[in-house]
Design a protein around this ligand. Sequence first.
Ligand SMILES: C[S@@+](CC[C@H](N)C(=O)[O-])C[C@H]1O[C@@H](n2cnc3c(N)ncnc32)[C@H](O)[C@@H]1O
Length: 587
Amino acid sequence: MLDERKPGFRPQLQFNADVEALFVRVFGTDRFNTFCQALTCPSKYACVRVNTLKTTCQEVLIKLLDTINNAHSFLLSSDGRFCGGKLPLVNHGSDKAPICFEHPLLRDTVIVQGDGPHHIDYIGCSGLLKEVVVSRKCAEAVLRGANVFVPGVLACSGHVEQGDIVAISVALEHPNEKGEWVVGVTRGTVLLSEHGNIQLEKKDRMHCYIGKGRALLSRTGMFRESHGVAVEMVERVYNLPPLHGILEGDIFLQNLPSILTARVLDPQQGEYVLDMCAAPGGKATALAILMKDKGIIVATDRSHNKVMDIKKLAKEMQIECIRAYKVDALKAVQPEMNSSENGLCEKICINRQFLDFESKQSVQPRGEIIDLDLEKSSRNCVPEIGISGKTNAVQKYVVTDTLIKGTQYTSNAKARKEGRRMKNGPKVTHSYQGHDAMICVKGFAPHTFDKVLLDPPCSALGLRPRLFAGEETIEGLRQHANYQRRLFDQAVQLCRPGGYIVYSTCTINPGENEAVLRYALDTYKYLSLVDQNPYLGEPGLTGTLDDGVSCKELLKEEEKHLVQRFNPSGPLDTIGFFIAKFQVKPN
Ligand SMILES: C[S@@+](CC[C@H](N)C(=O)[O-])C[C@H]1O[C@@H](n2cnc3c(N)ncnc32)[C@H](O)[C@@H]1O
């Protein structure tokens, strides 16, 4: 039983009053309170998607277990045999549950189990411990298994020395007299109390203690340094093995619903698939692996750096079939141009012929396709791509039914500028088959894709742990929904008749999931709803998983095993996730 007068972890999730009223109206008080409680806790297990193009679950299990301290013993059966990570989900009476095992239904997924909440005593040999107060973002990361990094430290008891065991608390936003959200602790604050230890009179932090750690820096160091670990956690309210940055290229840490979303789209080898809002590439790489890297996945994002993240991830995972482009998905549909317009266009509109053509180019030895030197390129580059034979003629190209070259004559000055632009690399250029080349993608011809994944930005009010939700206003929620509808309009036009669209969000806000679904069905009479997430609607997902198990069955299993056993406070690692699958009716 938690003692209300002692420091502990019982945070109250704060919402904007209007948003709270809306959710209470929609869900009722009890369900809303359950959501709030679940949101503040981290999941008690982590899902690791295995890159089965490079490795196997078995190999990953062994490597993970090597990484996670003392874990090997959990994979030995009572007679000491290695169980290969196939321990059952249900723990038959043994003290130690398996901490790492292959998901029984998803054969490319490994579950790493954590535990909690744990009661922690914040008393040291000389009374209450000294304290380090961290920011909310930092605390959310710590709850997911991270240590406390320097930028996350807000305040610290005086006289904290390297090696001291300190209590870690989080400063959460609360309303001031004017009703504005304030944190009330500025970076660099020294907590003053008689002994420089926990400020028990600070009632607002009493319920916000997330564990104990060993200071790796003194108080002055914590505020002097700009990066690095400030406190290494030694006891946590929730334990999850830190998995970030390990086995790069072999695994990807991904929430179960995201893994499922890719399964629901069910991409087949050889298909043309679009991931409209793709960064950092979690779902795009999942799709590629399901397609065994055969076919074409176009992964777009509106941010240049994020497109680079997708490329980096694909490269790490040794995936070849992903083409990542910077495209504003709100304007992704572009009319195909006829040949007379070629050469006048600054950016290209991609269609299937272009994608096929680009794929064929990948057989060219790297380095020969595009030569960034204007003079040389006129001799060496593949004629359809890049620059024409004259230095003052910069050839743009667009792709219509057949690949057609277009030539636009420019002044010498402009040609030199183009040359500089191309040499300057990533800032203004886009990668083409691993080269930095001037391929500016404007958008896509209608009906280019067999399947479209729309995983749009959303309020993310289903992702946890979340310690504050007050920044979301009714107007903000409305904007998310409008944005998603506009993206959906584009998705519908890019999908071929008979093709499929999967739309997914991770929010409890029905305005962003159910309302967008209704909008889609009301607006596009030629769309049919194939399935949707069983949490919010009746029909279950029909995407078939390994062993012929449907997604709906999987979710039921998840609820039975993972939820009850690991996580009584809420469903799955993401609550309120939503997946809907549509078919564009065949002509
Ligand atoms: C929910 S995240 C996508 C996560 C991704 N699907 C994954 O599984 O890794 C949403 C992404 O949409 C991108 N985005 C937002 N507006 C966009 C737009 N108009 N066009 C393209 N991308 C957009 C954001 O930059 C962000 O990376």
